[in-house]
Each structure stands twice: as C-alpha cells, then as structure tokens.
Ligand binder design. Structure first.
Ligand SMILES: NC(=O)c1ccc[n+]([C@@H]2O[C@H](COP(=O)([O-])OP(=O)(O)OC[C@H]3O[C@@H](n4cnc5c(N)ncnc54)[C@H](O)[C@@H]3O)[C@@H](O)[C@H]2O)c1
Length: 262
C-alpha cells in the first residue's frame, strides 16, 4: 500500500466517474486531495462523498487565472503541493473532418493546459522534495482507432511530454510518469451502455486479456503507486493500466496458425 500521508495532490478532471477511483486511492493512501474540475456540480458531489480530505476548487484548466487561483487555494489550505495528476481531458474529435479550431481546443485542453497546471504548481512541487506528476495518457496513444485523430495525437504527445518533464525536473527531485488505461468503466461507457456494465465487459472482452473493462479504482492504485516513494526509481515512464490491451497483437487471444490448416 503506497503511503502518501501528509502529502497534497491536485487531480484535474477529478469530478468524473473514473477519476473518483483515482481520488479515492490517493485519499486512502493518506493524501489531501483537491479536485480541480470545470464541472461544479460533479466536483462538489465528489468532494462531499469522498470525505474530509477531499476538497473541490472549480477550475477551467484552459484559464491561467483559474490555475493560479487553484494553486493558491490549495497552498492556503494545505501548505504546499506534492502531487499533480493531470486527468482532465476532452474527447472532442471528428477525425479528418476536424478543423483548426477543434484541433486547437483539443490540444489546449489535453496537452497545453496540463503543462500550464504543472507550471503553476512547479514552485511547490520542487519545494516538496518528493514531487510527483502523473499524466493520463491512453492506449489510444499507440493504436489507430477509426475516426479518431485529435484524441490519440494528444495522448501520444502526453507520453513524450512526460519524458521531457522527467528529464528537466529530475534536478528538482520531481518524478514524472504517465499512466495509459485501457477501456475503463467511466461516464462515457455508463452513458452509452445505459449503465450496463456486463454489456460493456462483453464488448471489451476480445481486446483485453482480462476480458473486461478496468475500474477507476484499479487505475487509481497505479497512480497512487507512481505518486509515492514506492516508485522512487520510476520516472519518465508510461505505465500500462490496460488489462493487457497493449500486450495483445492483431491476432487477439485466438489461435491464428491453426487456421492455415482448416
Ligand atoms: N474512459 C476510458 O476508458 C479511458 C481510457 C484511456 C484513457 N482515459 C483517460 O482517462 C481520463 C479520464 O477519462 P474519462 O473517460 O473519465 O473522461 P470524462 O470526459 O468522463 O472526464 C473528463 C473530466 O475532465 C473535466 N474537464 C474537461 N475539460 C475541462 C477543463 N477545461 N477544465 C477542467 N476540467 C475539465 C470534465 O469536466 C470531466 O470531469 C482522460 O485523461 C482519458 O484520456 C480514459
């Protein structure tokens, strides 16, 4: 069990279903957690549900004044910042039909704002002596998916940015890693399946070795580990939390060679 006692974490996008498992893992490991999300109602509900060590600061991560206020309020409440989890994202993506405005919006939310949040928190992360940043990438960073151009490009950029941050922050004792979930039970899946987890697992089964979607909490355990001293030797890495999605090749988990003699 990673120990985050006395540390303070900001989780962008922390109001959504998947993120609540991440916030829970960090809080149970002992951290004070500040949810930074544009969703005021969801953020307040999550902080009320998740207990005294979880606060909410309404934040639009594309707004630099909001980021400055988030950092100030976090420091005022908790005295510093040790961990930043960049989870907020947009799925805005019309593939080839997406034009400049959509590209700039998607890259602003998914990539540029993550860097700006780290910029705002950097003085406190470096003062911490045990600073850790965990960036949310995705299986979409390495696999092509039909009709998707913006989201996968943004997630691939995050993997590379993680390396760049790890390189330049090593001198400050700040470790930077990314986590790449596979299909994970989340708001979009809840909405699209009408809350049918069993159906979602059936759809995901052929392309996850675990034959199901993951849980936010399972991804959260990886995030808490990466944020903790248990991962003191880990920096600049992308961690798969994907039920084996990325281990599987195009043959999936089906014997292909016997088909030659059928
Ligand atoms: N759902 C999956 O199966 C899956 C798979 C791989 C990776 N991921 C990654 O996990 C993370 C969460 O995914 P999700 O499916 O739960 O997404 P989601 O769309 O449900 O949640 C995104 C959250 O970010 C917030 N947000 C969006 N724009 C914001 C802004 N400008 N300022 C502040 N907050 C903002 C939203 O309000 C929301 O709470 C994302 O980074 C996603 O890329 C998800």
């Amino acid at each position: 069990m990673p120990d985050l006692t006395g540390r303070t974490a900001i989780v962008s996008g922390g109001a959504t279903l998947l993120a609540q498992g991440v916030v829970e893992s960090l809080a149970e490991a002992g951290a004070n957690v500040v949810i930074a999300d544009i969703d005021e109602e969801g953020g307040r509900a999550a902080s009320a549900r998740l207990g005294a060590h979880v606060d909410f600061v309404r934040t639009d991560i594309t707004d630099d004044a909001d980021l400055a206020r988030l950092v100030q309020e976090t420091v005022d409440r908790h005295g510093g910042i040790d961990i930043v989890v960049n989870l907020a994202a947009t799925y805005l993506d019309e593939g080839f039909d997406s034009r400049r405005k959509d590209w700039l919006t998607a890259l602003d939310v998914n990539v540029v704002s993550m860097v700006e949040l780290v910029h705002a928190a950097y003085p406190y992360l470096s003062a911490s002596g045990r600073g850790a940043v965990v960036n949310f990438s995705s299986i979409s960073s390495t696999a092509a998916q039909t009709g998707r151009w913006l989201y996968p490009a943004s997630k691939a950029a995050i993997v590379q940015l993680t390396r760049s941050m790890a390189m330049d922050f090593a001198v400050d004792g700040i470790r930077v890693n990314s986590v790449s979930p596979g299909w994970t039970w989340s708001k979009i899946m809840d909405d699209l399946s009408g809350g049918d987890r069993a159906k979602t697992d059936r759809v995901a089964a052929p392309f996850h070795l675990t034959r199901r979607v993951g849980d936010g909490r399972e991804v959260g355990e990886v995030v808490a580990f990466l944020a903790s001293d248990a991962a003191s030797v880990v920096t600049g890495a992308d961690w798969a939390a994907d039920g084996g999605y990325s281990a599987m090749g195009p043959e999936q988990a089906v014997p292909a060679i016997p088909k030659l003699s059928e």
